[in-house]
Design a protein around this ligand. Structure first.
Ligand code: NAG
Ligand code: NAG
Ligand code: NAG
Ligand code: NAG
Ligand code: NAG
Ligand code: NAG
Ligand code: NAG
Ligand code: NAG
Length: 314
């Protein structure tokens, strides 16, 4: 009798953990709780959203997104990056205003929220997509997009994310390092688009530029000659009245890649190597002495230059 009960219980647990909790949405009825280790997983099992601690040395809890199938826990987005929860009482749910909000236990003020005024009154839901984007959608026929994590990046720039500005929507999108491997809080290094006559991508330390991409040649950034041999990425530079942006999307969905603005002061493109089951760095900026802003005088690396020297070739 007892063993039958146990069997049913285990079956039920299996059922719940596989079919109920692993859904890709958070709705009014379905929230996730840290103390139950609950996550939501994108439809194709690519990304998961849940609670994590960045390192074993801290008990701080954050809501983040990571690759679901990659054994090395790799967080690509953090919700409450500057407001950790110091216990396992976190609950991520749709609040009464229809926002996705993170609460510590039963406190009434959220630790973090999508915080938009047009979210409606609970008639919305959040969904994690295979692209790594967390979206808040209106549950109506049009499934209107209310908010997306791709519009609020942390330190990671993925395929189909942009860097730059949308003057119509007021979007001003940049990527800022963590404080340290233990602390996803807003750090000192920011990778962003500099507007102006000749827009460039610039890595800043605080307000000081430490690297710049050079100007757009129509095909590549003049300071990134590696881009000339690009067969893997669809690089798109948009410079219109409405928008100034750059994106670099993988052509093949099987190529897992991300850009990270690292707390060590570099921006890197990192690829997943399935054979070795590890990440490998495919591009680093600044990558050579000559790359550092100002090292070669005011024109630095925005002109063609010889590797390992500051001698300009034009
Ligand atoms: C959307 O609304 C319908 C009708 O109220 C409901 O049945 C469904 O569960 C909702 N879906 C989500 C994802 O909230
Ligand atoms: C939160 O829950 C705890 C335990 O269930 C209870 O003691 C406390 O009064 C609650 N606090 C609020 C603000 O509801
Ligand atoms: C939500 O936005 C309002 C106004 O923009 C701001 O005052 C408030 O602090 C924000 N709340 C959260 C939880 O981010
Ligand atoms: C974008 O935001 C940064 C700070 O986050 C600010 O320094 C910069 O001036 C903004 N740019 C525009 C065009 O709004
Ligand atoms: C950021 O830079 C300031 C000034 O250089 C420094 O005091 C601070 O420790 C740095 N913060 C981090 C997280 O590295
Ligand atoms: C490259 O990206 C642009 C903008 O996102 C898109 O319009 C275009 O179809 C893409 N091209 C390819 C070959 O994927
Ligand atoms: C930053 O770079 C260091 C050294 O290469 C590495 O150990 C760390 O994991 C990187 N951090 C991120 C967020 O990728
Ligand atoms: C990754 O490698 C494993 C074996 O290590 C293999 O079974 C799997 O098919 C590979 N996946 C891809 C996308 O190549």
């Amino acid at each position: 009798m007892n063993s039958v009960k146990w069997f049913i219980r285990i079956l039920l647990m299996f059922f719940l953990s596989h079919f109920s909790f692993a859904a890709d949405t958070i709705t009014l009825d379905h929230f996730i709780q840290d103390n139950n280790d609950e996550v939501i997983v994108s439809a194709g099992n690519i990304f998961a959203l849940g609670f994590f601690s960045p390192a074993t040395s801290t008990t701080n809890r954050y809501v983040g997104i990571w690759y679901y199938q990659i054994p090395v826990k790799t967080v690509i987005w953090v919700a409450n990056r500057d407001n950790p929860i110091n216990d396992a009482s976190g609950i991520l749910r749709i609040d009464a205003r229809g926002n996705l909000a993170l609460f510590q236990g039963n406190q009434t003020l959220p630790v973090w929220s999508t915080n938009i005024s047009t979210a409606g009154s609970g008639n919305s839901f959040a969904q994690i997509l295979d692209s790594g984007n967390l979206v808040l959608l209106q549950n109506d026929t049009g499934k209107e997009l209310l908010w997306q994590s791709f519009g609020h990046p942390t330190n990671t720039w993925l395929s189909h994310m942009k860097i730059g500005f949308n003057l119509r929507t007021g979007l001003n999108q940049s990527y800022t390092s963590w404080k340290s491997p233990d602390d996803p809080g807003v750090g000192n290094y920011t990778f962003r688009m500099n507007p102006g006559v000749s827009p460039q991508m610039v890595l800043y330390k605080g307000s000081v530029p430490v690297w710049r991409s050079g100007t757009w040649t129509g095909k590549m950034w003049s300071g990134i000659p590696e881009m000339a041999q690009n067969f893997l990425f669809n690089d798109t530079f948009v410079d219109t009245d409405d928008e100034l942006s750059f994106s670099s999307d993988t052509i093949s969905a099987s190529l897992i890649t991300r850009y990270v603005t690292n707390e060590t002061g570099v921006t890197q493109r990192i690829l997943w190597n399935n054979a070795s089951q590890s990440w490998s760095i495919s591009y680093t900026a600044p990558n050579e002495q000559c790359d550092f802003y100002g090292h070669c005088g005011p024109n630095g690396c925005s002109l063609k230059w010889k590797r390992n020297s500051c001698e300009k070739t034009i």
